[in-house]
Write a protein that binds this ligand. Structure first.
Ligand code: BTN
Length: 267
């Protein structure tokens, strides 16, 4: 894949609702820079992109590796409206849905491994880290960080991951220009953000949910493991599981790990 900065097409993002964009060859974490920028008054939709991250992170404080020339690593500063403030937990699903729709436009069939991983052929290709910045009890910004393995160089070695990983180009069987993919993701994200509080949004997300009707295991914050059949998504973005006794229980993303049944959930 060609060098990202050499590839850089400022025009690619011009038709989008991105008021300002900062591109870096290398940063610690785009979420950190976006967070600092938010504190400094960044406008809604401001974008931080990096070719490589030295301290990229994922959910549950896991490491997220972004090698150069091979991945997308970016963070958006979003200023939630009063309506969106009631639905902050849906920003991460917004990222997941936007990723899926962008990948579908590349003739791929992604799925969402609840709460925030995007799978291609059952393997993790992308992850989302949504962090809210609070002032007292008022949300000031949501930093929506998205990382995508685009070319094979971005895929971590099997022994370093908790869930099998792949990349967009492996699934597509052809080179995928990063700027085009980024523009497609952002386009979907801004379009679907308008629907974030509507049932249509949850339906679109649920349609792409992986393991529906299949048995999975969840490890809860108290390290207890729950097993159940995936029934769907709750209006708040929680996972609905049908338990062994037939009861349905909803789990919120919090600190939960999800694994298909039979795989070790305690990782
Ligand atoms: C996960 O899989 O747990 C989420 C991974 C999120 C990675 C992205 S890459 C851009 C942004 N910067 C980070 O440090 N993390 C997110």
């Amino acid at each position: 894949m060609a060098d990202f900065s050499a590839d850089m097409q400022p025009d690619a993002l011009q038709h989008l609702a991105v008021p300002d964009c900062r591109y870096y060859a290398s940063v610690t974490s785009t979420n950190d820079l976006a967070s600092d920028w938010a504190a400094d008054g960044a406008m809604d939709g401001s974008l931080v992109i990096a070719d490589t991250q030295t301290a990229g992170r994922g959910r549950l404080d896991r490491r997220w590796v972004t090698p150069p020339d091979s991945a997308l690593a970016f963070s958006l500063v979003l200023r939630p409206t009063p309506q969106e403030c009631q639905k902050l937990a849906l920003f991460s699903p917004l990222g997941g849905l936007a990723l899926c729709l962008a990948l579908e436009s590349c003739q791929l069939q992604p799925q969402i491994k609840w709460p925030n991983d995007v799978l291609l052929h059952g393997k993790k290709t992308a992850g989302i880290l949504a962090e809210t910045i609070w002032q007292g009890d008022a949300p000031q910004a949501v930093i929506l960080g998205i990382g995508v393995n685009v070319s094979p160089k971005a895929v971590p070695p099997a022994e370093e991951v908790l869930f099998p990983a792949t990349c967009v180009e492996e699934a597509a069987g052809r080179p995928v220009p990063r700027w085009e993919l980024l523009a497609a993701i952002l386009e979907q994200l801004f379009a679907w953000r308008k629907l974030i509080t509507s049932p249509v949004f949850l339906q679109a997300w649920e349609t792409r949910l992986a393991f529906v009707g299949k048995r999975v295991q969840l490890m809860q914050p108290n390290h207890q493991i729950v097993s159940g059949i995936v029934a769907g998504i709750s209006p708040e973005g929680g996972l609905r599981l049908t338990l062994a006794d037939g009861r349905e229980q909803t789990f919120s993303a919090g600190d939960v790990h999800l694994r298909p049944f039979g795989e070790n959930p305690v990782q």
